[in-house]
Write a protein that binds this ligand. Sequence first.
Ligand code: THU
Length: 363
Amino acid sequence: MIQGILFDVDGVIFDSEPFIKEAYYNYYNSFYHKAITEQDMAPYVGTGEATSIIGLGQSLGLDYDVERDKKGIYEEYARLIKGKLKCMNGAKRFIENAHKAGLKLALATSADRVKLNSSLNETGLAAELFDFIVSGDMVTRTKPDGSIYRYAASGLVLENEKCLVIEDALSGHMAAKRAGSPSLGVKSSFEEKELVLSGADLVMKDLSEFPDFDSVEQFNEIYDKLLLEFRKKSLIGSLLEKATKVIENAYAPYSKFKVGAAILTAHDNIYSGCNVENSSFGGTICAERGAAMAAIASEGKVSFNAIAITSFSDEPAPPCAICRQFLSEFAGPDMQVYLYSIKSGVFRHYNFGTLMPSVFELN
Ligand code: THU
């Protein structure tokens, strides 16, 4: 059950992305005489200023200085938002509602506290609504590392599984999964598919789509219902459907344990596989490797972005260690892994890095 919410700030609570982008453009123009583009900025959305300044500096060959540039960018941001910065649609209502209902709330922003303070002052959103605040200057590793969300959950004295992360950035969803939190994506900066493939469990346009609730229990009822609906209509549903279909062909006369798997490749194709047993037991091939073989046979070397695995066990079956090693050849730590039991209805969602933390590689 969700008991706390960890909010990313920019693009979730404040409609600040256009202003911070403009602050970067203006600062790089006036200080470096460089016209940077949206494309230059895209890899750094949600990662905080230090990562952005170093990344931009290296790719554009600038003589950057993180502290000096940060100060310049934040001063320009504070100037640009005067009389203009607004909260995102539905964000204020949702936060006040969640606070009143008894959920614990934390802010977890990759930006420094000085930027957060400018935004809070400008919009009049009360910092007292939040039980804990983590800003970029309080952590050494920025998103997609999970430490900011681990820190935020520990500040609420809750486990990460009990804290829902709300994020607009891909790096933020990766960070949530690495920390072990479920995450809700809002579409202010990225599309639904990109958010799902970065780890989002649920995606909505903005928080105005989340209905009002009176208690933590009611919040969870609504959240669970939204999750189920989203799972059915999204990419997650298509993968589960394919894995559930192929399990009909599983050949498991010896163990009677049928498994289905469906893999989404980077080319957006889905390949499925089922387990095929053999009377010489060691000859058995698992469903996951069957799906991986089909993908590689069709596309050659390609990376896997997501895998759904279905079974009939009470607890849905995770991939065995041999399959994890096999998949690791084609999957990075941010591949999404969806496990579903057709029998019990239990669903689990991990990133691959959680299931396979240290990959064997020949080097
Ligand atoms: N199995 C899979 O298909 N995938 C796994 O990751 C674990 C096990 C199959 C192999 C065998 O046919 C049956 O489940 C029982 O081990």
